[in-house]
Design a protein. Structure first.
Length: 169
């Protein structure tokens, strides 16, 4: 029985091309071009004036932010949060319109009692310690994310969020 299962697995892998050296010149599958590598994520083209307007609402240190790095750092957040306007909540709430919004007030998302009682308004100043270490910034919240320790990555992420997620104020 194990031999049959192993044979099925090997045949399945061979049919999928697994284990083949894609750089070899064996003549097999020469008429099928290799898929190009996926491009690295980049910030969507934005109106430079809109970017400057959004960044101008942040403290001066954010003027030097790297938005492309911020987008890459956001990949750590993407498993729990969405950004587009009207996007769904996931494990965490949708972040569109985050800046200027009182904490724990987005739609029907079920926030922790700690966040509801925080009295926070989401700004760069409240997001920075939250993103660095959510459990330390607000004990009792339900965000399980370990945090982003690097200050430049946080700066870039906050600037990216300000540009990509819009604002209520």
């Amino acid at each position: 029985m194990r031999l049959i299962a192993a044979a099925v697995l090997i045949l399945g892998l061979a049919a999928c091309g697994a284990g083949e050296d894609s750089g070899s010149d064996t003549g097999s599958n020469t008429d099928i071009p290799a898929a190009p590598p996926a491009p690295a994520p980049t910030v969507q083209p934005l109106d430079p004036a809109a970017v400057q307007t959004a960044l101008a609402t942040l403290p001066v240190a954010y003027a030097e932010a790297d938005l492309e790095n911020g987008q890459r750092v956001f990949a750590r957040c993407r498993s729990c949060h969405t950004l587009p306007e009207g996007g769904p909540d996931a494990v965490g709430p949708n972040l569109y319109g985050l800046f200027g919004r009182p904490a724990a007030t987005h739609g029907a998302y079920r926030y922790s009692d700690a966040l509801k009682a925080s009295g926070w308004i989401w700004t760069a100043e409240t997001l920075d310690p939250w993103i660095e270490n959510p459990r330390q910034a607000l004990p009792g919240n339900k965000m399980t994310f370990a945090g982003i320790r690097d200050a430049e990555d946080r700066r870039d992420l906050i600037a990216y969020l300000r540009v990509a997620a819009g604002a209520t104020a």
